[in-house]
Write a protein that binds this ligand. Structure first.
Ligand code: HEC
Ligand code: HEC
Length: 267
């Protein structure tokens, strides 16, 4: 079959139609490698917790919500670190984490701090392995009076005790990983409406960024982290019977590392 101009043109159009996905339209498979492959882990390098907290509280970062504060601050610090993967960290589009603010776009579900640490831990490698302290960060969020208001912390991030007293007023313990529970307990104790939560949540995320880096540094140094609080004593006790396995006890199977008492007890 001879190929005149018209047929050639038709064939070319045919090719573009059939094979568009593979050849002519930019796609993840055909173009430059993505910043990160599924299950790929990038090497953590020792960071300064105070410096990372300061990034989290930097004006351009804190204005973008709690999840971005924690995720972006640590990724930015790693992009500027000694990590062999520094360049790969620099290519991670941390803007994706903005959605997590206010418990996922203001829905009050999982707090963005916990969403951020979850995302971060899933892409880090420490001494060749997945980091193991995620539950310790969650426990810190859940079981500690926050945000921090000690002088070392406030100085590091560039805030003052006067600001704290005026706009945050009190520290509270969330007893939950949910944005809603954390916020409402604070608002109730502080006598400040949630609509004015700005500084409280921004300092909270800087506190979590600091703690996360401390825990990751401890893992990198090979420290024994087993004594650092994780599940509450009550939760561990409940989990002794309520597991995610088949349940011969006649009640539903359970998978949770949250404080059980918050919903099932009197907290
Ligand atoms: C010694 C084992 C054991 C421990 C520890 C335990 N449970 Fe249970 N739990 C059971 C059994 C067995 C049932 C089923 C009882 C039934 O259906 O009659 C149950 C039922 C429940 C139920 C179903 C509702 C109800 O009241 O029947 C909830 C909720 C629950 N447990 C929560 C908890 C929490 C929270 C803790 C920790 C504070 C805890 N359990 C600790 C064994 C245990
Ligand atoms: C954020 C709130 C919340 C937390 C925290 C929580 N639960 Fe629940 N749990 C629920 C809800 C809601 C249900 C389903 C409604 C119900 O049956 O009470 C439920 C159901 C259960 C049931 C089945 C009840 C049944 O009727 O058979 C068990 C057992 C249980 N939870 C144990 C636990 C344990 C153990 C923990 C801690 C590791 C825990 N829960 C933490 C909210 C929570």
């Amino acid at each position: 079959m001879s190929m005149d101009r018209r047929n050639a043109l038709k064939n070319i159009i045919g090719i573009t139609t059939v094979a568009a996905g593979a050849t002519l339209v930019p796609s993840f498979s055909a173009q430059a490698a993505p910043a990160l492959e599924p299950k790929q882990r990038l090497k953590y390098a020792r960071l300064d917790p105070a410096a990372v907290a300061a990034i989290a509280y930097r004006e351009d970062v804190r204005s973008l919500g709690c999840m971005y504060q924690v995720f972006h601050a640590i990724v930015e610090a790693l992009a500027n670190s000694d990590s062999d993967d520094a360049e790969k960290f620099a290519n991670i589009p941390t803007a994706l984490s903005v959605y997590g603010g206010g418990g996922v776009a203001g829905q009050g579900t999982v707090c963005g701090n916990n969403n951020a640490t979850g995302m971060l831990y899933s892409i880090l490698s420490i001494n060749g392995e997945a980091p193991k302290s995620l539950g310790k960060v969650s426990a810190y969020y859940e079981q500690t009076m926050l945000p921090r208001n000690d002088e070392a912390f406030l100085t590091a991030v560039g805030a003052t005790k006067e600001d704290f007293d005026a706009k945050v007023a009190v520290q509270t313990e969330a007893h939950s990983l949910l944005c809603h529970a954390s916020l409402t307990r604070w608002s109730d104790a502080a006598g400040i409406p949630i609509s004015a939560k700005g500084m409280r949540c921004q300092l909270l995320s800087a506190s979590i960024a600091w703690r996360t880096v401390e825990l990751l540094n401890a893992e990198l140094a090979g420290d024994d982290i087993s004594a650092i609080p994780g599940d509450t004593a009550e939760t561990s006790e409940c989990l002794g019977c309520h597991t995610k396995g088949e349940n011969p006890m006649g009640n539903a199977s359970v998978m949770a590392h949250m404080e059980c008492d918050t919903c099932h007890g009197n907290l």
